[in-house]
Design a protein around this ligand. Structure first.
Ligand code: HEC
Ligand code: HEC
Ligand code: HEC
Length: 213
């Protein structure tokens, strides 16, 4: 009889402990879930990367290198430029247009001027995505025709097959965009897909011109 009572006590104790653990677990979970915004979902579970770190911490420069201490940190160099919310967080086109930067077109000749060509190429996109307006102007302010023609693009409207898949794999526009020019993210679709559907082609220039103002 005593034995049975003892084992009963023991079993009850086990139950109490299990219940306590369960309650503790639920409370902890509730606490952990509380501060999170239920509407943000990091699908690829990538941590938010820090950007524009000082040269010694950026992973490209040798932190032990003698010269590293003399390099200007990007955050200091970029502080007066026009901001954007992607890439290295500088809107380079606007920074150039507003005279915040004045890059040399030729490494050796400080007086060399670029051949700026103001010609928009509209690429109609099937489906609901707005059409792509490729602006020659903003490109030829820094780039030479030979940067694109003929290796990346045959200089003839419609002669090149361009797809989003190719761009994301680093071809066509992706040779530069995502590497030395603004990246392809959900925040930048409209920079390229800038002509709403149903507008006449003639209006493309106006849309682009308005954007520049
Ligand atoms: C950043 C890349 C890039 C640069 C730099 C560039 N182009 Fe283009 N160019 C394009 C693209 C993209 C097209 C459209 C091709 C298509 O639709 O298949 C194009 C089309 C053209 C066309 C065809 C226009 C038509 O209506 O058929 C000509 C001509 C041309 N470019 C000349 C030039 C000249 C001249 C320069 C230098 C002043 C230059 N491009 C610089 C990307 C570039
Ligand atoms: C040879 C390199 C190169 C290629 C190829 C290239 N771009 Fe660019 N693009 C640039 C650079 C450099 C800038 C200016 C810097 C920035 O905005 O990040 C730029 C800027 C732009 C802009 C911004 C204009 C603005 O007003 O802010 C658009 C739109 C654009 N590119 C579209 C395209 C499209 C569409 C293609 C493919 C048909 C393409 N680019 C191919 C280098 C390139
Ligand atoms: C650097 C410029 C650029 C950016 C940024 C960009 N696109 Fe594109 N996109 C293009 C070009 C160029 C084409 C080809 C248009 C054609 O058919 O000639 C294209 C085509 C497409 C198409 C048609 C189908 C296909 O795969 O060709 C879809 C859909 C599309 N883009 C979606 C997007 C979305 C969504 C984003 C943002 C995440 C985006 N694009 C960002 C330049 C761009």
């Amino acid at each position: 009889m005593r034995d049975i009572l003892q084992s009963l006590k023991f079993i009850t104790l086990l139950f109490v402990i299990a219940a306590a653990l369960l309650v503790a677990g639920v409370v902890q979970q509730a606490n952990a879930a509380e501060p999170k915004n239920p509407n943000t979902f990091n699908r690829l579970l990538t941590p938010k990367k820090p950007f524009n770190l000082p040269p010694a911490e950026d992973g490209y420069h040798d932190p032990e290198g003698e010269g590293v201490a003399y390099l200007q940190p990007p955050k200091e160099a970029f502080k007066d430029l026009v901001k954007s919310n992607v890439g290295n967080h500088v809107d380079w086109v606007k920074s150039l247009e507003t005279g915040k930067i004045n890059p040399r077109f030729d490494r050796l000749d400080p007086k060399a001027k670029p051949i700026v060509m103001d010609l928009n190429i509209v690429r109609e996109v099937k489906g609901s995505m707005p059409n792509v307006v490729y602006p020659h102007k903003q490109h030829t302010e820094w780039l030479d025709c030979s940067n694109c023609h003929p290796a990346i693009f045959i200089p003839q409207k419609g002669a090149n097959q361009i797809s989003m898949a190719a761009i994301l794999m680093g071809q066509k526009c992706g040779v530069c965009h995502g590497k030395v020019a603004f990246p392809i993210t959900a925040k930048t679709c409209r920079k390229c897909h800038s002509q709403p559907k149903g507008k006449k082609k003639g209006k493309a220039k106006k849309t682009a011109a308005k954007k520049q103002e």
